[in-house]
Design a protein around this ligand. Structure first.
Ligand SMILES: [Fe+2]
Length: 219
């Protein structure tokens, strides 16, 4: 499968081939700053960058900021900013939630590296679900499985595990949205779940989202 295969989800072996230009890794690293540097583990920082670079490389997007700045591919978007701003915002909110709670309850079992890595990767499946090329191909050749066959949470889990991120980070990608309702979310996953909801809901209720999606613009 080529990196821009318009139809199929990338398998673990496809993703592991790492057809990822170093320039893309550098772009992703810049897009996720400064929150990326809150991760103390250099290995985990590199894995977060790798996860996003692999996800982008197997899509028709060129960087995170190319993705519609919205919770879903066809829902209202931010009045300004990008999908990268969303990731960074959720990471910053999540870190503040953890630190406020830890100040009151020092025994809170939250690992900040897992929390920030998970927050930055919680939507790493979106380049698959949002991809207009894949969506158009699926629309032209409908499947009983519909579209998307996977929403971004399970595909994000797939990417996280493929690049070697810990299961706890992968659970945040899987469980941050309603797929997590059937899991026992970790404390870190719970924080990211509410940080994500707070981000979109607060901006929406404040009139900072625009409902201007047109299918014709997206494919
Ligand atoms: Fe999100």
């Amino acid at each position: 499968m080529t990196r821009n295969d318009p139809f199929t989800a990338a398998s673990a072996s496809d993703l592991a081939q790492r057809e990822v230009p170093d320039a893309l890794r550098a772009t992703v690293r810049t897009e996720l700053q400064p929150e990326l540097d809150a991760i103390r583990s250099e290995t985990m920082r590199d894995q977060v960058v790798e996860a996003w670079a692999v996800a982008i490389a197997h899509s028709s997007f060129s960087c995170i900021s190319d993705l519609r700045a919205s919770g879903m591919w066809n829902t209202d978007r931010l009045v300004r900013g990008t999908q990268a701003d969303h990731l960074r915002g959720v990471a910053a909110i999540a870190l503040q939630i953890a630190r406020v709670l830890k100040a009151q309850f020092p025994e809170l079992p939250v690992d900040e590296d897992i929390l920030v890595a998970g927050a930055l990767c919680h939507d790493v499946g979106k380049p698959y679900e949002y991809d207009p090329v894949k969506r158009a191909a699926r629309k032209a050749q409908p499947s009983k499985a519909g579209w998307p066959i996977f929403r971004h949470p399970p595909y994000g889990m797939h990417i996280c595990l493929t690049v070697g991120l810990p299961e706890e980070v992968a659970q945040i990608a899987l469980g941050h949205s309603y797929e997590g309702e059937v899991l026992a979310r970790s404390p870190e996953c719970t924080i990211v779940h509410y940080a994500d909801k707070s981000y979109w809901q607060t901006l929406r209720i404040s009139g900072l989202m625009i409902d201007d999606f047109k299918e014709s613009d997206a494919s």
